[in-house]
Design a protein around this ligand. Structure first.
Ligand code: 1HE
Length: 265
């Protein structure tokens, strides 16, 4: 299906299209390497809070040679401590709309995925990286600190020790290295990221809404819970999911030889 533009009021640094059940958000500030200024970050919030009900997944990607150079450093100049806290809180709020929003989000990465750009990618649920992608946290060398939830999300993906090393030494990791670390979910050849991301987003869109909610909202919280609370939550989520009429239909389809079988990919 051809994509159509979406009627959401966004800044020039963002473009939104819809391809069937997939909403596609493109960072479109290539001249500044998709650095995230306040207008763009607030535009991301507008996008994620305005998704129509027909949208079942989001695909996030970028124009130009880089996914994102992170925080727009030109906006940092005159901020005091109180303003800094409010600014970081604003990023936290916006990225929460991605991680715990209405639908799963697939990110397509290439070139620099650094600083706040890496924090943005970490808030997404599936990351497809082209071979050109590289990950870094240059905050350390700039005398600043992550502020977009990186201290919370990145250690869950790569561990505290690795994040410490990235920040202290400026170490970068390639898309390929990111695969064994948990940053790259799928590694693809250059120029293949968008097609792979769209294919995955379309696949995720065929899940029931309840399954996608349970996986994106339930699973991370269950995993963080004290085990006895986790088991109780899991039992509840499992029983709610299986009671759904759509789940019952899918089980019936399989048992009556209509449902898909699991095959090797
Ligand atoms: C920027 C930014 C930016 C580029 N803020 N303007 N992030 C960083 O420390 C990464 C900074 N950027 C870079 O290291 C490089 O720009 C890249 C490796 C990403 C790309 O290099 P290159 O050679 O392709 O581009 P460039 O010539 O460096 O930049 C092109 C333009 O984009 C230039 O502006 P121009 O007006 O001179 O053309 C750059 O100034 C501009 N630009 N990156 C502002 N980040 C919530 S807290 C998160 C904390 C962080 O994210 S800290 C990490 C910040």
């Amino acid at each position: 299906m051809a994509s159509v533009s979406m009627a959401i009021d966004l800044p020039a640094s963002l473009k939104a299209e819809r391809d069937g059940a997939v909403a596609i958000l493109r960072l479109s500030r290539a001249e500044k390497r998709n650095a995230l200024d306040d207008e763009t970050v607030l535009g991301i919030e507008t996008f994620f809070t305005s998704l129509p009900s027909e949208v079942k997944t989001v695909l996030l990607h970028s124009e130009g040679d880089h996914f994102s150079a992170g925080l727009d450093l030109s906006e940092l100049k005159e901020r005091n401590v109180t303003q800094g806290i409010a600014h970081s809180g604003m990023w936290h709020r916006v990225f929460q709309h991605i991680e715990f929003g209405k639908v799963p989000v697939v990110a397509v990465l290439h070139g620099a995925v650094v600083g706040g750009g890496l924090e943005l990618a970490a808030a997404c649920h599936v990351r497809v990286a082209e071979r050109s992608a590289y990950y870094a946290l240059p905050e350390g060398s700039r005398g600043i600190y992550v502020g977009g939830g990186g201290s919370v999300r990145l250690p869950r993906l790569i561990g505290v020790a690795r994040m410490m090393d990235m920040m202290l030494t400026g170490r970068t990791y390639s898309a390929e290295e990111g695969q064994s670390m948990g940053l790259t979910t799928y590694l693809v050849e250059q120029g293949r990221g968008f097609a792979k991301g769209l294919e995955l987003a379309q696949r995720i869109a065929t899940n029931t809404a309840l399954t996608n909610f349970a996986v994106t909202h339930g699973l991370p919280r269950i995993a963080e819970s004290e085990p006895s609370a986790g088991y109780a939550m899991e039992a509840l989520v499992a029983s709610i999911a299986q009671a759904d009429s759509e789940a019952k239909q899918r089980l019936k389809d399989f048992l009556e030889k209509r449902g898909p079988k699991v095959t090797r990919s």
